[in-house]
Ligand binder design. Structure first.
Ligand SMILES: *[C@@H]1O[C@H](CO)[C@@H](O)[C@H](O)[C@H]1NC(C)=O
Ligand SMILES: *[C@@H]1O[C@H](CO)[C@@H](O)[C@H](O)[C@H]1NC(C)=O
Ligand SMILES: *[C@@H]1O[C@H](CO)[C@@H](O)[C@H](O)[C@H]1NC(C)=O
Ligand SMILES: *[C@@H]1O[C@H](CO)[C@@H](O)[C@H](O)[C@H]1NC(C)=O
Ligand SMILES: *[C@@H]1O[C@H](CO)[C@@H](O)[C@H](O)[C@H]1NC(C)=O
Ligand SMILES: *[C@@H]1O[C@H](CO)[C@@H](O)[C@H](O)[C@H]1NC(C)=O
Ligand SMILES: *[C@@H]1O[C@H](CO)[C@@H](O)[C@H](O)[C@H]1NC(C)=O
Ligand SMILES: *[C@@H]1O[C@H](CO)[C@@H](O)[C@H](O)[C@H]1NC(C)=O
Length: 401
């Protein structure tokens, strides 16, 4: 306890010093610094030590398995969220059996497990196109052995089924998944810029939607009265009687090629909640997500984290809080899509609203800060190069589990 008190006092002093200096030092060029959010109210990520876009993590058998878009959907394994990650294999052993989008390079997988079977929902599309499909593959092992590709669940743009509403007006990308906590009924969520995010009931085998001719679709989010509706990458979680719909808002990628959007228009992570799995969902201000609502949970910050999104939430248990994980660009590393980094933070719930925590916490409820990862960057940004910095090691013994 003594040790951590001293450290916290030291850190508080450093943070106070750092804040006394403007955040834009000579480190950032004047042009670039104008596009960075410099808020320091949002904690920095715990570093995941993997380059990934749209990460998807499953905890199984005492290990973390991370799935990512790429040739045939790659997946990795680690003992903790900070890695090191070792590649286990790919979900598809060749191109997808679906003839849509880019068959060899699926995007944004979401994997769930039921009674020993893993279901990986994957997207086939190409950038800026509504000509997309969501498919599913299954396996009973996460050891690199081949999965079974069951092919298409939904299509938009063209192909069989794409003429059925709402596939006519939506975009079949970025699958996520939720079960009704009371009934176990499963739902597929999907969507992007084209009329934003939708939800459709799945059949009992989870390999197709329940009713392809009449999908019983519910719209979850929408930005009305606009032609540009940058909401995508949905996730749905359940916590203590609420369903949370999460999504990424803003410009996701190609910052190095197409330049920076206006400050705040880059990717950030938003949420709304409902007591019912099918909504309607409201944000913290009581605004409907169907009316453009969505509370920002994680955004660009400290001049270091840019355009976080592509998120998921790992459910916690009695000893470990929920984890929000996502990709972000580290402005001191670079802005290409390939340079996106895995980051994660523990969550607490403030009146039932998820809030990102600083550092690695051990106990939910009474929130214990075991580490303040922000101070490195604060010091760098404030130009305090000359101070000798010794990274704080986490003394787990200080914090009862
Ligand atoms: C994660 O696991 C690796 C390998 O076992 C270990 O070296 C590292 O300290 C662990 N990190 C955390 C944050 O637990
Ligand atoms: C599909 O993805 C593969 C692998 O990334 C790439 O080599 C190929 O050029 C892509 N095809 C199209 C049509 O974009
Ligand atoms: C789970 O799988 C086992 C083995 O395949 C099977 O015997 C059991 O009936 C399954 N349970 C449920 C609830 O489906
Ligand atoms: C088109 O989709 C419907 C509904 O999923 C399916 O029953 C039918 O077999 C499909 N037709 C073709 C040609 O794939
Ligand atoms: C948005 O559109 C809806 C329906 O068309 C309309 O009722 C509402 O007044 C519009 N809101 C604004 C702010 O323009
Ligand atoms: C959610 O489902 C679990 C298992 O069926 C049950 O124990 C729990 O009470 C449910 N929670 C709520 C809030 O309904
Ligand atoms: C909670 O989850 C963590 C991993 O996130 C695991 O190490 C721990 O054993 C779990 N505890 C319980 C009580 O299930
Ligand atoms: C950002 O990148 C720098 C340089 O590689 C590294 O020192 C720092 O830890 C990174 N921070 C985060 C939050 O990724």
């Amino acid at each position: 306890m003594y040790r951590s008190t001293v450290l916290l006092l030291l850190l508080a002093a450093l943070v106070a010093l750092a804040r006394a200096r403007p955040a834009s030092s000579g480190l950032l060029t004047p042009t670039l610094s104008q596009v960075y959010e410099t808020t320091d109210t949002i904690p920095l990520p715990n570093v995941g030590n993997l380059q990934v876009h749209d990460p998807n993590v499953v905890y199984w058998n005492d290990h973390y398995y991370l799935f990512k878009g790429g040739v045939h959907v790659l997946y990795y394994k680690a003992a903790n969220m900070s890695g090191p990650w070792t590649q286990v294999g790919t979900v598809l052993d060749g191109d997808s059996i679906i003839h849509q989008g880019n068959r060899s390079r699926p995007w944004a997988p979401t994997t769930v497990e039921r009674n020993g079977t893993f279901y990986c929902f994957y997207t086939l599309s190409t950038h800026g196109s509504q000509n997309s499909a969501i498919g599913v593959a299954t396996s009973t092992k996460l050891d690199g052995s081949p999965w079974t590709d069951h092919g298409v669940m939904i299509r938009t743009g063209q192909g069989n089924g794409s003429d059925v509403w709402p596939f006519t007006i939506s975009n079949a990308i970025d699958a996520s998944f939720i079960r009704d906590n009371a009934t176990g009924k499963a739902y597929l969520n999907y969507g992007s810029y084209w009329h934003d995010i939708w939800q459709i009931p799945l059949s009992d085998d989870w390999l197709s939607i329940e009713s392809p001719e009449k999908p019983d679709a519910k719209q979850l989010t929408f930005i009305p009265n606009e032609t540009f509706r940058p909401e995508e990458g949905s996730w749905m979680s359940y916590h203590d009687g609420y369903y949370y719909v999460w999504f990424s808002h803003g410009k996701c990628c190609s910052f190095d090629v197409r330049g920076f959007p206006a400050r705040g228009d880059e990717y950030n992570i938003r949420v709304g909640r409902s007591r019912a799995v099918r909504g309607p969902f409201l944000d913290r201000d009581g605004k409907l997500l169907l009316d453009g609502g969505g509370t920002i949970v994680y955004a660009s910050n400290h001049g270091l984290v840019y355009a976080p999104g592509g998120l998921g939430v790992l459910p916690g248990n009695s000893s470990t809080p929920d984890i929000l994980y996502y990709h972000y660009l580290n402005t001191s590393i670079g802005f290409t899509d390939e340079q996106a980094q895995l980051g994660y933070n523990y969550l607490k719930y403030d009146n039932g609203w998820p809030v990102v925590l600083d550092g690695i916490t051990i106990k939910s409820g009474a929130v214990t800060i075991a580490r303040l990862p922000g101070w490195w960057s604060l010091m760098i940004l404030s130009g305090m190069w000359t101070l000798i910095v010794v990274p704080v090691s986490v003394n787990m013994g200080d914090f009862p589990c």
